[in-house]
Design a protein around this ligand. Structure first.
Ligand code: GDP
Length: 420
């Protein structure tokens, strides 16, 4: 065990081997509970297939998945020499894209899985796009299923080239990406260097995970606690609950809820059904504030210090990336924005600049429209008060997803907030 923590996202196209890779990582790092392995070992031996525990663990995961009793690959944990990893979320999970954007599952780094026999596929592009927009620091690219392509160096090189082009397209610094030929299923170049790829002398996967840069320390930003729900509990009173994104919450603090614009002194804080004097980023808390009634505050409010309250935007400027939209987006478009726990209809008031994704330069000032694949700077006017922060100051409260017709159509981060 180590004390450094990493939140890791496993991204890539469906069926390229993400779950298998997570299973393999858990298995190789000794994170699958011994009794589960033992059970599979016995079953395997009974069926005359000793030594195939890994395949049995994976079969079992697949079976459980089919029965809907997921041994979920999200939120699994494993440790290397350097870090304790938490798999924060995985694409394929219903709300992955939204979670990734709204920070519910902020990943520090990511492993991109690309099947060698299929190459870059639609979700490979979508996830790389998101990783880039949301500021994933470093990308480890596992070119998977090398066993299917007979461990051919030329196939590996072709896929590496294809992925490199994609990374350049979305302006991901290719110096921050490393490529490894792997087979999640057979275990090549995961925990041990494979004899099947004598032409490869770079890092194997566990080495690359160990060499990831340390996550940025949490910002010394003021308290920001987006409210998820508000309860009335007998004997206590009104209890807002939520997860602390930044800063500290102490009993006795004077706090302010925005945009509801009410405040008071924190009387009690509860975590895991116990009263605590203080709480910190990542903690899920319920708390009680003197003088605040159930109807004074609501989901989507953000709690912060009374002397440094959460910003409320009259308008804000943001950088957005359009992922999928059936037609074009023009000024006046009013979809629903999801930012932390808030959902507010917002109008795209103006499209200020369209960016060239390959150079990062301004491609067009005041374009008439933007469409799928475009990156742009836009000015946004919430139709109801919305608390949001510049991403450069409080990244945890500075990103959003734009949803329409049941789909995430764009993602973005806040550049500037104009308050009333
Ligand atoms: P996901 O949708 O990205 O999570 O993909 P899965 O992990 O469910 O894998 C999809 C299919 O590919 C399954 O049948 C796996 O057994 C298979 N698979 C995954 N990795 C490998 C690999 O390295 N080699 C081979 N031959 N098959 C693999």
């Amino acid at each position: 065990m180590s004390d450094q923590h990493q939140n890791l996202a496993i991204i890539g196209h469906v069926d390229h081997g993400k779950s298998t890779l997570v299973g393999r990582l858990l298995y190789e790092t000794g994170s699958v509970p011994e009794h589960v392995i033992e059970q599979h070992r016995e079953e395997a031996e009974e069926k005359g297939k000793g030594g195939f525990e890994f395949a049995y663990v994976m079969d079992n995961l697949a079976e459980e998945r089919e029965r809907g009793v997921t041994i979920d690959i999200a939120h699994q944990e494993f440790s290397t020499d350097e870090y304790d990893f938490t798999i924060v979320d995985c694409p394929g999970h219903r709300d992955f894209v939204k979670n990734m954007i709204t920070g519910a599952s902020q990943a520090d780094n990511a492993v991109l899985v690309v099947a060698a026999d299929d190459g870059v596929a639609p979700q490979t592009q979508e996830h790389v796009f998101l990783a880039r927009t949301l500021g994933i620091d470093e990308l480890i690219v596992g070119i998977n299923k090398m066993d299917i392509v007979d461990y051919e160096e030329s196939t590996y090189n072709d896929v590496v080239e294809e992925v490199t082009q994609l990374l350049k397209q979305v302006q991901f610094n290719t110096d921050d990406a490393s490529f490894i030929p792997i087979s999640a299923f057979e275990g090549d170049n995961i925990a041990e260097r494979s004899d099947n790829t004598p032409w490869y002398d770079g890092e194997i996967l566990l080495e690359a995970l160990n060499d990831l840069p340390e996550p940025e320390p949490p910002t010394d930003a003021p308290l920001r606690l987006p409210i998820q729900d508000v309860y009335t509990i007998s004997g206590i009173g009104t209890v807002p609950v939520g997860r602390i994104e930044t800063g500290l919450l102490n009993t006795g603090d004077n706090v302010s809820f925005q945009p509801s614009d009410v405040g008071g002194e924190v009387k009690t804080i509860e975590m895991h059904h116990e009263e605590v004097p203080k709480a910190e980023p990542g903690d899920n808390v319920g708390f009680n504030v003197r003088g605040i009634g159930k109807d004074d505050i609501r989901r989507g409010d953000v709690c912060g210090p009374a002397d440094d309250p959460p910003s409320v935007a009259e308008t804000f400027q943001a950088q957005v990336v359009v992922m999928q939209h059936p037609s074009v987006i023009t000024a006046g478009y009013t979809p629903v924005f999801h930012a932390h726990t808030a959902q507010v209809a917002c109008t795209i008031e103006s499209i200020d600049k369209k960016m060239d994704p390959s150079s990062g330069e301004v491609a067009e000032e005041n374009p008439d429209f933007i469409q799928s694949g475009d990156a742009a700077v836009v000015t946004i006017r919430p139709q109801k008060p919305l608390s949001i922060e510049p991403s450069s100051e409080i990244p945890e409260l500075g990103s959003f997803a734009i949803r329409d017709m049941g789909q995430t159509i764009a993602a973005g981060k806040v550049l500037e907030v104009h308050e009333k």
